[in-house]
Design a protein around this ligand. Structure first.
Ligand code: SD4
Length: 334
């Protein structure tokens, strides 16, 4: 379109504001225009924003710091996500992401990760072994291939072609924990308190671009070959720059069955706040399966930087950083 649709939409948005039309009504109007147009919807971005990050769990504090540092060195929202993820992936003490992650029931550490930008570009890798930075690999899938997702040996081959360092991800600490687990080999998934701490990340950069990422070693002692929600676009992560982004942590099977992160963003598109959207997505799970023994937490940020987080049970927290100010927030639950 020439004058264009964007100018027209901006003018119309101002009029809508003056008329007191709520965001929901405005979204519906814009959607209708999009539907009627032959042109794909524009991925409008805010002109200037304060760089902001939200990330799951305690390790989110340091991760956000790394992300904002990347931004201050000229990086965009994707760079923020990648820098934050790399920090946590390299932490051998963490038992759930990258090196040091707890292995599957056969003793193999297998990683899942994905990344998505505000225009809907997405990349993902799953069931990857021996790669220290799976989220960076997912980014290369997004940027350098015609695909969205590579798995297992194929993803590892791609990593070798890119000269990604190959490392042994199983640390002595994780091996010891696995050997202890093997004595009883109790395969019941454990309620998420400390065991499930994938990092899910959402970033808004200085130009209002949103991006998200998720990286994990998955549920401890899973079956060999099991892939969770974390690398699945729409389940562990979803971003739509026009509305917001969401990410999930907890038992992936429950998130996958309800396409959780997509649902959160879809609810934001329909006008719900990030907090209410997370609550509704959690309730969808609670209304569709027994949840006494499983935990899921959602985290969301809209395109204006408003955030929300909600989980089935207590214990889920997330880090929120705006500029220099960081806070660790206990998510609401139930
Ligand atoms: C999975 N959702 O593999 C991941 C695990 C997780 O915090 O989130 N841990 O199911």
């Amino acid at each position: 379109m020439t004058k264009s649709r964007r100018t027209f939409l901006n003018e119309a948005a101002q009029i809508a504001g003056a008329l007191g039309l709520g965001r929901f009504a405005w979204n519906r109007f814009e959607n209708q225009l999009n539907a009627e147009s032959q042109t794909p919807p524009t991925h409008s971005i805010n002109s200037v924003s304060t760089p902001t990050m939200v990330s799951t769990w305690n390790h989110g504090i340091l991760a956000n710091q790394a992300g904002l540092e990347a931004q201050s060195q000229g990086g965009n929202a994707l760079d923020m996500i990648e820098a934050a993820a790399r920090l946590v992936e390299s932490d051998a003490e963490g038992l759930s992401v990258g090196i040091g992650g707890l292995p599957d029931r056969d003793g193999h550490v297998t990683l899942d990760a994905c990344i998505m930008d505000h225009t809907g570009n997405a990349g993902s890798v799953c069931f990857v072994q021996g790669v220290e930075h799976p989220l960076s690999l997912a980014r290369r899938v997004m940027e350098d291939t015609p695909h969205v997702m590579l798995s297992g040996a194929g993803a590892e081959q791609f990593a070798r072609e890119l000269d990604f360092p190959q490392i042994n991800l199983l640390t002595p600490k994780a091996q010891k924990a696995w050997e202890k687990w093997r004595i009883e080999s109790d395969y019941a998934p454990v309620i998420n308190r400390e065991n499930h701490d994938t990092i899910g990340l959402l970033a808004l950069d200085h130009e209002g671009r949103l991006a998200g990422g998720c990286t994990t070693s998955g549920v401890a002692y899973k079956m060999h070959g099991r892939v969770g929600d974390s690398p699945i676009i729409g389940a562990g992560l979803f971003v739509d720059g026009r509305y917001g982004g969401a990410t999930a942590t907890g038992l992936g099977e429950a998130v996958m069955r309800t396409v959780g992160s997509f649902l959160v963003v879809e609810l934001m598109r329909q006008g719900l706040s990030p907090q209410l959207a997370c609550e509704e997505a959690v309730h969808r799970i609670m209304n569709s399966m027994p949840t006494e023994d499983l935990q899921v937490g959602y985290l969301a940020m809209d395109r204006d930087g408003a955030i929300g987080g909600h989980a089935i049970h207590s214990g889920f927290n997330y880090a929120h950083t705006i500029g220099d100010e960081a806070a660790l927030i206990d998510a609401t639950h139930g």
